[in-house]
Structures are given as C-alpha cells and as structure tokens.
Design a binder for this molecule. Structure first.
Ligand code: MGD
Ligand code: MGD
Ligand code: MO
Length: 705
C-alpha cells in the first residue's frame, strides 16, 4: 500500500536559485503550544527548523528543544531498519531483518494469541507524537479489528480533565491569547517558561501592562522566580488553598451574586464546605504563611470589585497527586464566584483540547469491534498489569504488548515492576520507535518509525485553539515508515481486508475534522483558528448537563463520590513516615520533553546529570553538599542522582527532575523507580508527585545518618 501524496504541494516557497525549499509543518510534541514549524530543506535534506512567524501563537519562536529538531532527526542512532532481538530481554541486542520477515512473524505470533483470546494483546501508546493521524487512527482501527484490550490513556491528564469535566463540562476554558489582557494571572501548578513558553509570552505582555503574576508551586521554578509572588505550598494541598480562597471571597462578599445565581449549581452546598476552610486551616495544611493566602484572596476579590479580569492558568502539575481531580475541580469553581468569565481575559484555562471537533469515530472505526467489548488496561499501572496472572477479575494474562509513541519503561510509575513485566520471557513485545529507548531494549521486534519531518499529520492543541497541518519535509530516512503505514501493512499480514485499512494518510488527515475545519485553508496556510466565542461562558452555557458551572456534581454523587470539591490528602503525606521524611516531586527538566530528547547530546549537555534539588536545611541535616552523588530511596526502590542544594527546593520537598532515560542516568534507573502505582481520586491517573522518600549521602545500603 502506498502513501499517495506527493511532496511537491507541501512547499511554501522555493528559492529560484537553488534547491532550497521551506515546508510548513507542526510540532508533534506533547506540549500545550503546538507550534507551527517551517523546515528549510536543501537538496532533500532538512537543515533547520524555525518557528513560523505567520502563526500568531508561535510568533516565530521555538523552544530550545525543537529548534534542534534536525539534530534529533539525523541522530546517528536513529533506527533505520527493522530489528529482531538476539540477546536476552533488556540487553538491547538485535539483528537487522527485512520488513517482510518482521511483519510476517509478528502477524503469526499475534494470530496465535488472538485465536486463544485477543484481549491478551495490549496496545501501549501515548503522545510521542500528538498528531491525530500518527497516534490513534490506523492503530486504533487495527486494535479494534483485532479485539485487543483497550488502553486507558491516563498517564498525563485524566485527573484534571475529569475534574474540569465534572465542573465546567469538558476540557474547555479561556482562549490563551486573552491572557495578555488580564490584570491578575495565577499560574497554578505549571512551570510555563519550561513547558508552555508561548503562554508565557502573553503573561509577559500582561505584566508589562500592569498585571500581577502569582505562581503557586512547591518548587521555585524558572516561572515562579519571575512572578510577583510565589506561594510554595506542599505538593497535594491545592484544594485546601482554593477552598480557603473561597472562604475569603465569601466572608468579604467579593462575590458576583448575579453570576452565581444564574450560571452555577450547588452554591449553598459549596459555601458550607468553603466556610470550613478558614485561611489558618489551609495555611497549616499547605505550610505557607496565612497572610499569603489572604493576600491572594484580596487580589482575586479586588478584580471583582474593580471589574478587572482575573485569569488562572492551570496546567497538569497540580493533579499528579491522590486528590488531583478534586484540586482541579476546586480551582475550576473560582472564576464563577467572582464572575470572571464575563471578561474574555478572565476565567481559567487547563486544556483547550475539548474544543476541537475531532471525528474520533471516523478515525478509529469502533464498528470494527463488531459488538465485542474488550477489557481495559490502565497504562498508569502497566507494571502491575504485566505481572498479573489470568483471573476472573483481570481477564487473560497479557501475552503481547505493542508499544508506539511512548517509552513506558522510563515514564511509567514504579519502574521496578515495569521492568520486571517487560523482562518476562513469555511476553511478546513489539516497539515502534525512532530510537533504542529503555523500552526498545525489551522489544522482540523493533520497528523504525518516521519523525514529524517525514510524515503527514493533523494536530489539535491543548494550549491554544488553532488546528495545524504537518506536511512531510523530507523523504523517510532509511527504511522507516509512518506508524499508519506500519499498522496498514500489519493489518494486511493479519488478513484484515476492510477498505478502511487501505486509506492513505491524506484521507486520514481529511477525516480528522471532516467538514468542521476548512482543509483547503490547512493546506494553504498550515493552520486554522477555530471559530469560537471570545468569552465562552460570559452567559453561562457551560457544556455540563445543567448548562451551569457545577459546584455540586450530581454525576459524581451518583458514582458514590463527594459531590463537592474537597481537600483529599496525599497517599504519602509529609510528616506521616519516620522512615521517609521528604516529599519528592519530579517535574520535567526544561531541556527534555518527558523522556524525549534525553539522547540528543547538545540538550543532555545542558542538563548535565540527573539532579535532585534539596533545600539547604534538608541537605545539611544529612551532611549533603552540592555536587555529591546521593541515594534517594523508599520501599519501592532506590535511585542515584547528583544533589544540588538549591533555593528552588522548599523545606521538606525534594525535586527530582525528570525524565532521564534509565540507561543514561548514573546507575541504570530513573526517578520513576521511586514513584507508586496508586491512582488519583478522579480519572484513574498516576500520582507521580505524591511520593515520600529519604535521601542519603554515599552508597546505597549504608546506614542513614
Ligand atoms: N520542557 C518541557 N516541556 C513540557 C514537558 C516536558 O517534559 N518538558 N512535558 C509536557 C507535558 S507531557 C505536559 S503534561 C505539560 C505539563 O505542563 P505543566 O503541567 O505545566 O507541567 P510542569 O511544567 O511540569 O509544571 C508542573 C509544575 O507543577 C509543580 N507541582 C508539582 N506538584 C505540585 C502540586 O501539588 N501543586 C502545585 N500547585 N504544583 C505542583 C512542579 O513543581 C512544576 O513546576 O508540559 C509539556 N511541556
Ligand atoms: N516521574 C514522572 N514521570 C512522568 C511525568 C512526570 O512529570 N514525572 N510526566 C508524565 C507525563 S505528563 C507524560 S505525558 C508521560 C509521557 O510519556 P510518553 O508519552 O511515553 O513520552 P516520551 O517519554 O516523550 O516518549 C515518547 C516516545 O515516542 C517516540 N515517538 C515520537 N514520535 C513518534 C512516532 O511518530 N512514532 C513512533 N512510533 N514513536 C514516536 C519518541 O521517540 C519517544 O521515545 O510521562 C509521564 N511520566
Ligand atoms: Mo503529559
């Protein structure tokens, strides 16, 4: 089967004197910014990737990582041909094979398993590329047709997503560009400079126009240090803070009674709940000065009294704890209390992804399930799942895993168990990748995938509301193929003859939004701004069942859960364990993108080595100085890192920056050796930042001083 699109129409300009062209594309990475890219190609070779100056959200600026995209694409260790394992699992020893041999053998193995029970086959994928086509289109069709287990894709955003859905009705919120007009911006659980750079530009514009910026984050991040105020609360205490803010709004009557009456549900109940949270109580839980809480409430309330727009930029940092869903829910209630939604520069933004009219059914073809309802495996507990035996409750033991767009051995929690699962001799593992990652080392077959410069795609964003088209800039390197093509060919080898398996990538690109987005404009300009109101909830109209902002959620109550947001303490609360007296969070290192780019030398050189930031008091108490190699440990495992005594860490909390490839760290592990497989209150998500540890100078096993 072929990809019928020729490369020629992708060219946005051709310099008359040479073979130099510039091709419009989209950044594929898991980042709110989804930038518009221009790739300069000389004689078929991509020489530089730039930010598209015509795309307002990108503004001609790229992050450090993606501006080096060509270094990643032409990396000497790029996988360029299919390989078959020859050494023990995990050894990374492979020999090259042809596509035909690989696909024939994979299909035979999968057929044999499927004949017993197709649910023993599990896909594992996340957002290595966020493209609608190269993620869940042909792949989803393949697994639906096969009747494989479903994968619950929870590893990043489901706790906050569910919190928002229960409160506002979906992943909806402010348009990001209007943050530039806000007068108060609360950056809550997000290091925008590191992970949402293009939002930070709007925040800077607002700051220049007199806005006040407040950052709420246990870590004094690059962003926190540039805001007017930094509230360094303990991880997992955001709902307590939000409830105390409500308490202050109520007791001072900084409330938009008209908005509350017309556009919210459950006000009396929420009021009662919030009145149980005087700032003193929250200050104790969050371990921040009570005056900081009062001052923030005053700033927020003042926006109501002065009729000025107040905006909250939430990202996903606050929801990676047990109570993450409730925390996001509590924060989502705040704008309605002061009627912030009346302004286009007021309200809250977590994710804009719910605003894109993606035709999922047309892409994924659920009818291929033919009435079957396979069980669901939660990707956040893949360690346990791979070690589970056949049982009535679990279903069949997992016999085959097909991994694409993800590096679970590095990114999934409790990696000791994940590794043990991947090392199972009776597990058949296929990995589609660009590189020989920690996960790839465990593959039986390793299949080379194309990068964004080599394939077609269409992108929605989660931090703005423009749809983008990605055109291939260069031909596939080596024998690499797009994910879509690999699943097309695998389908053919399995004998799946439905016509949807022969649709090419251009057809899939057109299918993403159907007629809801002008595809001609995507082809011509590379991006289309969705047609959305400036202030979506100025007159209510929330996409909830009641059409209101649901302070009280009947849907949650019907599930036997608390109908109101509350503070749900961490599984591993600071001060509850003598053995493990420090809380560890593991936000991303700025020059990596989850575990992507860790193998790009110029970026790894900037990060140096895996680092654990510690407050001076915590370090001194353990006789640790900056630069010392320390052991971080808990009952789940241990991890060696370089300590950095740093003002970025607050007392009691250590910051283990992620997510290193295990094999590129100091001892073949990474921070996820320590994280747990507990799940969040809502959304079944992971709790990476709800993790107690101890840190010790010197070698593991020595007594802790
Ligand atoms: N450079 C870079 N950019 C990225 C990524 C990356 O790895 N590197 N990852 C991408 C992905 S997958 C995602 S999901 C987004 C994530 O985007 P964000 O959610 O903005 O993620 P982070 O930048 O990790 O910011 C999370 C912040 O939350 C803080 N934090 C930790 N625990 C708590 C808590 O309990 N409460 C509060 N209030 N704050 C807390 C951390 O210290 C960190 O500074 O970023 C994307 N962008
Ligand atoms: N401790 C800790 N752990 C975390 C987090 C944290 O903050 N702390 N963050 C979590 C979050 S928010 C997320 S989203 C997850 C992210 O976890 P993942 O989605 O697994 O992200 P990456 O680690 O970037 O791995 C993506 C892989 O996909 C590959 N890839 C990229 N494009 C393609 C393609 O077109 N085809 C194929 N076949 N492969 C491709 C890349 O080479 C890369 O190896 O990690 C989570 N893990
Ligand atoms: Mo994520």
């Amino acid at each position: 089967m072929r990809n019928t699109i020729s490369i020629s129409p992708s060219v946005s300009f051709v310099r008359a004197d040479s073979q130099t062209v510039q091709v419009r594309g989209a950044c594929p990475h898991d980042c709110p910014d989804t930038c518009s890219l221009l790739t300069t190609v000389e004689n078929g070779v991509a020489v530089k990737v730039h930010g598209n100056p015509e795309h307002p959200q990108t503004g001609g600026v790229l992050c450090n990582k993606v501006s080096r995209y060509t270094e990643r694409t032409y990396h000497p260790e790029r996988l360029l041909q299919p390989q078959k394992r020859v050494g023990p699992k995990g050894s990374g020893q492979f020999e090259p094979v042809s596509w035909e041999a690989a696909l024939t053998d994979i299909a035979a193995r999968l057929k044999a398993i499927a004949a017993r029970n197709p649910e023993a086959i599990v896909p594992y994928s996340y957002a290595g590329t966020m493209g609608q086509v190269q993620s869940e289109s042909m792949a989803a069709r393949f697994f639906n047709r096969l009747g494989a287990s479903f994968l619950d894709r929870t590893i990043c955003a489901t706790a906050g997503g569910e919190g928002f859905t229960q409160t506002l009705g979906g992943k909806v919120g402010m348009r990001v560009e209007f943050f530039a007009e806000s007068k108060l911006i609360i950056i809550w659980g997000s290091n925008s400079i590191g992970s949402n750079l293009h939002f930070w530009r709007y925040a800077q514009q607002a700051k220049r126009d007199g806005a006040r910026l407040v950052c709420i984050d246990p870590r004094k991040s690059e962003t926190a240090e540039k805001c007017h105020e930094h509230i360094a609360l303990l991880p997992g205490t955001d709902a307590a803070l939000a409830l105390a803010l409500m308490h202050e709004l109520i007791t001072h009557d900084w409330l938009d009674h008209d908005y509350i009456a017309r556009h919210t549900l459950g006000w009396q109940a929420l009021k009662e709940r919030a009145l149980q949270w005087p700032p003193e109580r929250a200050a104790e839980v969050c371990r921040v000065p009570v005056e900081q809480i009062r001052a923030l409430a005053r700033d927020y309330g003042q926006c109501f009294t002065d009729r000025q727009p107040a905006a909250i930029r939430l990202n996903y940092g606050m929801q990676r704890v047990r109570g993450g869903g409730n925390a996001a829910r509590a924060v989502a209630c705040l704008p309605a209390l002061i009627g912030a939604w009346r302004h286009r520069a007021g309200g809250v933004l977590l994710s804009s992804s719910g605003q894109f009219p993606v035709d999922k059914a047309a892409l994924q073809r659920p009818e291929l399930l033919a009435g079957r309802q396979p069980r669901t495996i939660n990707m956040s507990t893949i360690g346990n799942a791979l070690l589970a035996k056949t049982s009535a409750q679990f279903g069949p033991k997992i016999e085959a895993l097909i991994v694409y767009n993800s590096n679970p051995v590095a990114v999934a929690p409790e990696s000791g168990k994940v590794v043990q699962g991947f090392a199972r001799e009776d597990l058949f593992t296929v990995v589609l990748e660009h590189f020989k990652t920690d996960t790839a080392d465990y593959a039986d077959y390793l299949l080379p995938a194309t990068t964004q410069l080599e394939h077609w795609d269409v992108h929605s964003a989660y931090g703005h509301t423009d749809a983008l088209l990605n055109r291939p800039a260069i031909a596939p390197l080596g024998l690499a193929k797009p994910n879509t093509q690999i699943f097309r060919e695998l389908a053919a080898h399995m004998g799946f003859i439905e016509p949807c398996f022969s649709e090419d990538d251009e057809t899939l690109c057109r299918t993403v939004y159907g007629d809801k987005v002008d595809f001609r404009q995507l082809l011509d300009k590379g991006f289309v701004t969705l047609n959305l109101p400036d202030a979506p909830f100025a007159e209510g109209n929330f996409p909830t069942p009641s059409g209101r902002c649901e302070f009280f959620s009947e849907r949650l109550q019907a599930m036997g859960l608390d109908g109101l947001p509350d503070h749900v303490p961490n599984y591993e609360t600071l001060g509850t364990s003598e053995q493990y007296p420090l809380a560890m969070i593991s936000p991303p290192a700025r020059n990596f993108l989850n575990s992507s780019f860790v193998n790009v030398k110029s970026l790894r050189n900037i990060e140096g080595e895996p680092v654990l930031e510690m407050h001076a008091d915590d370090a001194a108490a353990r006789g640790i100085s900056s630069g010392a190699v320390v052991t971080v440990f808990n009952a789940r495992g241990e991890y060696r890192v370089k300590a950095e005594v740093s003002a970025r860490a607050r007392p009691g909390v250590v910051n283990g920056l992620g997510i290193w490839w295990r094999k590129l760290g100091l001892d073949g592990t990474n921070v996820n050796q320590l994280t747990s497989q507990h799940l969040t209150d809502l959304g079944r998500g992971p709790v990476f930042y709800d993790c107690l540890v101890e840190v010790q100078a010197g070698q593991p096993g020595e007594p802790v001083v």
